[in-house]
Design a protein around this ligand. Sequence first.
Ligand code: PBG
Length: 328
Amino acid sequence: MSDQPLPYIRPRRLRRDAAMRRLVAQTDLSAARLIQPLFYKEGLTAPAPVASMPTVAQLDLVSLVEHARLAASAGVGGIMLFAVPLERDAQGCAATDPDGPLAEAVRATVAEVGDECVVMADLCLDEFTDHGHCGVLDEQGRVDNDATLRRYAEMAVVLADAGVHVVAPSGMMDGQVGAIRHALDAAGHIEVGILAYSAKYASAFYGPFRDAVDSSLQGDRRTYQQDPANRREGVREAALDIAEGADMVMVKPALPYLDVLSDVAAMSPVPVLAYQVSGELAMVEAAAAAGWLDRRAAIEESLTAIRRAGADAVLTYWATEVAQWLRR
Ligand code: PBG
């Protein structure tokens, strides 16, 4: 043992104290890289907490605007809006109503924070259809891809007319980005961007979200969302969306799909986002409430891991809270 030379290469030198670690950290979190999802529910007069998503609530219009204000004041990069309508039907008519809840949410938040952060809206029919699918159905009850594209095109123009900065198609229909780009451009909305939910997997981790939007889905989304078993398909979907004109692409969920995120980040010429979904939130919140995890450390580590794997920005229900931590 005494003949053994001592190590002269010592990686621990770069970990010796907080100042050194801060200097050499390869990945950082900043408020600008965080996007806060917000849920507006038509007809509410006060926030309604979502039991399966601690810290998250369905919001009335006044509290939606307050939450958007809090997010912007904390410096978050953007907000992502979802809306729950009073009435649902087979076509999801409320989604394309210029006075419907999502358009209303866009107008209200753009007026409040539109100069400070990017206002985005989820572009999908599932919150608006009575069957809960992301598209309209054919006579056999299957999701009709091309009929759905026409609904998405209409919805995109309604949201753009309401002033949205970016639409985020999340329905995983083939050709959705191209159809939406074409419709936006034809209506003169050349400045409205598309954040494509490109590699979106049929995930059990969306469970709590379905409470947040009072989902009426029976069955599953496996004929349109991706099979969790498939890695290279994530790159294929991202490449198609980029070719169709996506301004940004997204991988979703985040933490269980870091391999896909890394692959997409390696090939993408446009910014890559990741969505830390409801089930990822619920796991940490439940474990922290039981005293099994250090909540703040787990949140910061998970977001850092998602950034490290290649996400330029992250959608997370903790965005405003984390942005406030980063300020102090
Ligand atoms: C569909 C949509 C979903 C989520 C975002 N957009 C649900 C789904 O595909 O079932 C999930 C978000 C989350 O779980 O946090 N409009």
